[in-house]
Design a protein around this ligand. Structure first.
Ligand code: ZN
Ligand code: ZN
Length: 235
């Protein structure tokens, strides 16, 4: 796991200046994890025990199906379904209702092996971003040149290890606030403008940057891109 973290080049993630860099980082981590789970982790008993117990959410199952071999996915499901069965009446004596097993099942349905891992890794990444922001003026410059930081990652960047930032906390806060706050204002302005374009008095007015303001708002608020309708139809 440690290797994964170190091999994510933070500078490269921030270089494209396209959308939220932390979302890009998460996407990279998720993709690697989904490939790992359906690849080399197949042979790691410790990982298999955890994936059997925790299972996966829809988002990460979808990635695994997309990135991994069908046989790998089937083998993961085979042992996971066995574990699910153990938490259902199948293994309780005479099919008796078992409260503990139901509780275990509820935990299981909420859990996801990859979600857990990403959460942990993203927190570590935030610590590295903090350290780079403090120690490397070039990175501080690159950070300030990002188009924006999405809402979720604004909260994450400011919540994780505040103490670690020490005296630099205020500077980091101001820099991050500028990225999120300025974009929020711009976005809000675009959405308001979009709404106003439906007023007949503005029939000849310019749409400006407002046409895709709905999609951009959702992306800012959720960290997820809206897939254009045409792309969905094509599939
Ligand atoms: Zn983000
Ligand atoms: Zn998940």
């Amino acid at each position: 796991m440690q290797e994964n973290i170190c091999s994510i080049p933070i500078n490269d993630v921030f270089m494209p200046k396209d959308g939220c860099p932390m979302c890009r980082m998460r996407d990279m981590l998720e993709r690697r994890k989904a490939e790992y789970v359906t690849g080399s982790a197949m042979m790691e008993p410790n990982v298999r025990i955890r994936t059997n117990e925790e299972g996966f959410c829809y988002r990460h199952f979808s990635m695994m199906l997309q990135l991994g071999k069908r046989l790998s996915n089937a083998l993961i499901l085979d042992s996971h379904l066995q574990k699910v069965a153990e938490n259902i009446v199948l293994t309780s004596p005479k099919g008796k209702f078992d409260k503990k097993r139901l509780a275990a099942l509820q935990t299981m349905t909420k859990d996801c092996f990859i979600c857990r891992d990403i959460k942990e890794n993203m927190e570590n990444m935030v610590r590295i971003v903090h350290a780079m922001w403090i120690g490397e003026p070039e990175f501080r410059q690159l950070y300030s040149e990002q188009p924006y930081i999405c809402l979720e990652h604004y909260a994450l960047l400011l919540d994780v290890d505040q103490k670690g930032l020490g005296k630099s906390f205020d500077g980091f806060y101001q820099a991050t606030l500028a990225l999120t706050g300025n974009y929020l204002q711009e976005l809000h302005g675009d959405v308001t403008h979009f709404c106003s374009m439906f007023d007949y008095r503005n029939a000849d007015a310019d749409w400006g940057n407002s046409r895709d303001s709905i999609e951009r708002s959702v992306e800012f608020l959720t960290g997820e891109k809206i897939i254009p309708e045409e792309a969905v139809e094509e599939e």
